[in-house]
Design a protein around this ligand. Structure first.
Ligand code: FES
Length: 170
């Protein structure tokens, strides 16, 4: 990212932070904005967030590391998150995750070599009543069955946008 992009990011974060009585309180939206810009959260993202919120990169990183929604490693264009917590596990999430691994040829937590897909198991997505729940580019697919994996991947292959391009972000 060029210096101009970093400056633009800092300005966007400062504009959001101005809505809060204390700038540090805007840490979550700030991290979302940085992730939207970089596609993940590299060290320079934490530096930009820290500068905008008058805090330290270490503070920004400590907050980001607590939440599943922030990516400390580069993520693929399409982010697939399979909930494997109790309700989803009891309704077949293990098989769904396994099918994604087989179809994508990667393991849980990895990204495909072409940078198209990142697959992660996550803790409860809050969709327990419609388990198993899968979040695809931050949008929920409910009552998701193993047989739906292949059609979903075909659908994603045909789309032009991904999670870093305005799907479900800030
Ligand atoms: S256990 Fe999967 S959404 Fe709650």
């Amino acid at each position: 990212m060029s210096d101009n992009n970093a400056i633009a990011l800092i300005e966007r974060i400062e504009a959001v932070a101005a809505r809060y009585p204390n700038a540090k309180s805007a840490i979550i939206p700030a991290l979302h904005l940085a992730q939207e810009q970089y596609g993940w959260l590299p060290p320079e993202a934490f530096e930009a967030v820290a500068e905008a919120l008058d805090t330290t990169p270490a503070f920004a990183q400590s907050v980001a590391s607590f939440y599943d929604m922030f990516h400390l490693q580069p993520a693929g264009k399409h982010l697939i998150e399979v909930c494997t917590n109790v309700a989803c596990a009891l309704n077949g999430a293990g098989g769904v995750l396994e099918e994604f691994e087989q179809q994508l040829g990667i393991h849980n937590g990895d990204s495909t070599a072409d940078g198209q897909y990142t697959l992660r198991s996550v803790e409860c997505l809050g969709g327990c009543g419609t388990a198993p729940t899968v979040a695809v580019n931050n949008r929920y697919r409910e009552f998701f069955e193993r047989s739906q994996v292949k059609p979903l991947l075909a659908e994603l292959k045909a789309t032009t946008t991904g999670w870093t391009e305005g799907e479900g972000q800030v």
